[in-house]
Write a protein that binds this ligand. Sequence first.
Ligand SMILES: NC(=O)c1ccc[n+]([C@@H]2O[C@H](COP(=O)([O-])OP(=O)(O)OC[C@H]3O[C@@H](n4cnc5c(N)ncnc54)[C@H](O)[C@@H]3O)[C@@H](O)[C@H]2O)c1
Ligand SMILES: O=C(O)[C@H](O)COP(=O)(O)O
Length: 527
Amino acid sequence: MLKVLVSDVLGDAGIQIFRDHAEIEVDVKTGLAPEELIAIIGEYDALVIRSATRVTEAVLEAGKKLKVVGRAGIGLDNVDIPAATKRGVVVMNTPTGNVVTTAEHAIAMMMALTRNIPQGTLSLKEGRWDKKKLQGREVFNKTLGVVGFGKIGSIVADRAKGLRMKVVIYDPFVTPEQIQKSGFESVSLDELYARADYISVHVPKLKETTGLLNKAAFDKMKDGVMIVNCARGGIVDEDDLQDAIQSGKVAGAALDVFETEPPGECRLLEMDRLICTPHLGASTREAQTNVAVAVAHQIIDYIVDGTVVNAVNVPSVAGDLLKKIGPYMEVGDRMGCLQAQLASGPVKAVIIEYTGDFKGMDMAPVSTAILKGLLTPMVKYAVNFVNAPIVAKEMGIKVTESTTSEAEDYTHLITLRVITDAGENLVAGTIIGRSDLKVVKINDFRLELVPEGHILLIFNQDQPGAIGGIGTTLGNHDINIGRMQVGQDKDGEHNIIFLQTDTPVPAEVIETLRTAQMVNSVTPLEL
Ligand SMILES: NC(=O)c1ccc[n+]([C@@H]2O[C@H](COP(=O)([O-])OP(=O)(O)OC[C@H]3O[C@@H](n4cnc5c(N)ncnc54)[C@H](O)[C@@H]3O)[C@@H](O)[C@H]2O)c1
Ligand SMILES: O=C(O)[C@H](O)COP(=O)(O)O
């Protein structure tokens, strides 16, 4: 059974998907202290989180079986992604399930701020009728400045258009043409500050965006501007915001997110002109069902089938692409594994050539699969599709890839050269039909080897009786030969023999074969 731990509140529909899966056992344990999580994480293959669980290096270190961290939602600032990558743990999120809900929350916050809805509610509940004090304003014809025109920012802009607001956008990573095509005006950040009556931030929290809205930024804004932050705490500097509200520069702010969550006691929260929600941006039934269902499917796809979707630290290989390149990933993995067993001494360089009709195919996952296959027998820890390129780099292995469309004998051919101090080995592989894996060349020998199972690679002299003698030795030890492939070198003097056996060949039988007449060498391979 594969074990999944859900450590934050997850929609029932997602938990049910895990429960309904025959190969999955799911535990829901929310509100764990960091040391409690560290104490139990070693049992689990997958961890499902939202924004509360902190997936630190210590958690990842303790998660010896952990293969994947799945975020039911978007933000991953609570996950140490580099540490996960190094340990080969896939980190994935569900990037679309809560974007409408969060955009609606930003609009709701803007409207509530503008019309003093929280203050009105509170004053009535406290027995006051603050009608005069709580006069608001219209958003009609006002300018909304949207910082970050991604999935959520673009929906906010669209909804604001429906409120008949003017919308200006700042996003340095989206072309002005794209913004204009969506019906909005692209402006510089300074122009946005100068023109906006409302500013709503929808950027990820990065080094560059932390404190983006700070004193210097507030100074450039219109007097009486209103600020909305439903992205991440700290994008708006809380101390500077408090000063700006205090001075009247900022007429009010709506925060769904905080530098520290929960924020505890802080002066900002005591301000009348500050309205807030406890990170409720994504908290609707619809969004929570969307993200819970998505994360459950994604995790199952990965831990059961190896399909990677929406990972942030490994290329996604899904759907159509996986159908196309999946067999090449598999043959690449086996070729790498074969090379590892042929190599003597540390690997210095790996050269991968894709020859033939690979047009329109992103071969990066295949190269990663090759490295995974090659490095797995060489290192003590788990190498997988996530960390293989990093492990290669750390081992000082130079990896070169090239693609050429000029096919020779095969429509698609992958050639893998591995260079060590002892020399170079070449292995070439392809797919026959839809998915038959074949190794078609090893150094100078042409063959059609199915790269799987227990294999004996034997070099011998091409003389009568040599192959028969090998068969007799194996037969005497009750070892059945499933398949045999014989290749001949260019001068016809030597053979390469691949014997696929139903069971592994014991060491003493290999020794017997090595001393047999006409046998030059015997290498057992496991593919
Ligand atoms: N409050 C919530 O519950 C909640 C829910 C979902 C997402 N979020 C947060 O909302 C934010 C936006 O999410 P999204 O899904 O729209 O992300 P996204 O990746 O789709 O969009 C982010 C946009 O920000 C832009 N950007 C990056 N750096 C920028 C910069 N320095 N200046 C201006 N633009 C910049 C990017 O180009 C991108 O277009 C994230 O911080 C996410 O964590 C919060
Ligand atoms: O990044 C997100 O998806 C939101 O911030 C939602 O966070 P939550 O799942 O903890 O509500």
